[in-house]
Write a protein that binds this ligand. Sequence first.
Ligand SMILES: NC(=O)c1ccc[n+]([C@@H]2O[C@H](COP(=O)([O-])OP(=O)(O)OC[C@H]3O[C@@H](n4cnc5c(N)ncnc54)[C@H](OP(=O)(O)O)[C@@H]3O)[C@@H](O)[C@H]2O)c1
Length: 324
Amino acid sequence: MKRMIVNKYGGPESLILEECDSPIIKELSVRIKVENVGVNFADTLVIRGRYQERPRPPFSPGLELSGTVIEVGKKVKTHKINDRVIGIAKYGSYCNEIVMPAENVYKIPNDMDFITAASFPVAYGTAFGAIDWKGVLQKNQTCLILGAAGGVGLACVEIANAYGANTIAAAGSDKKCETCKEHGANSTINYNTETFRHSLKKLAPDGVNLVIDMIGGETADDAIKSLSWEGKFIIIGFAGGKIPKIPANRLLLKSSSAIGLYWGQYAFINPPLIGESFNKLMTMYEEKKLKPKIGKVFKLEEAGEALNFLLSRSNTGKIILSCN
Ligand SMILES: NC(=O)c1ccc[n+]([C@@H]2O[C@H](COP(=O)([O-])OP(=O)(O)OC[C@H]3O[C@@H](n4cnc5c(N)ncnc54)[C@H](OP(=O)(O)O)[C@@H]3O)[C@@H](O)[C@H]2O)c1
């Protein structure tokens, strides 16, 4: 089998191709022939040793994959050979064959191709966690999404739209804002050319019920100030690099709350909960309420380029690796 590894922590250029033996299967695991892998912002952090998970080099990054089950462990009852699946890993999916616990592997609809499937788990799983589990978003509420043209962001836009919310998407270029509209945003703010807080005041004069934040920084600070009575600010990530300081006085005055979500950890603490969300999300996909956007597909061997492309901020939607 082949995989992309880092031998020591570093940037995307440190990723190298390695040919190695296939891992041994365990009783409760399945072996998957990997077709595609979703690339995530977190991959850029884990290879630098700057993510919550700090695996020791050598290791492969990669949180998600799609493929076909080619072997099942002796005690696995839930999966069979030839099942078309997605899988979630703490790291290690940048490869063309993987052994992983069956409980972190979920079936996909017959009409979902492998590229779309690989784009799905982290982006839509996290978006669902933010909007449904934590945000409890209701019809006609206002939902503001920061970093809305990224993988998680566009998934949030689509799910919020499917829930009947008034969806405001904030992103860093007019082209990205246009993409957000195509995916269901009612209105958009370009936070690189507009004065964010002024535009937001016009679009949501009564405040925002739910903010989903992927970027942090000053935009997040302004978004917290815009929360309505009992509004919620969901903390997903800090792609902009600056962790916002949550002003406790603002939360008090609006009886509002700031809530963190580490979605990936649920996959290991509570896999059935993740399975339930995927069932709901796959139904929404089959009903054509979700239309995953693929930004660009790279070969597995080009994983370093793929990560640099992600960091260049010129992408919308998901970046995917093709492993065969
Ligand atoms: N908590 C969790 O469980 C969880 C799960 C998944 C992801 N995350 C986090 O959520 C964030 C977004 O993830 P993603 O997969 O959606 O990433 P992505 O597809 O790369 O999108 C990130 C967005 O952030 C914006 N951005 C602002 N400053 C940036 C910078 N300096 N470098 C790169 N992008 C920047 C970009 O949009 P503009 O150019 O329009 O600003 C980009 O579209 C990341 O911080 C990630 O680690 C957290």
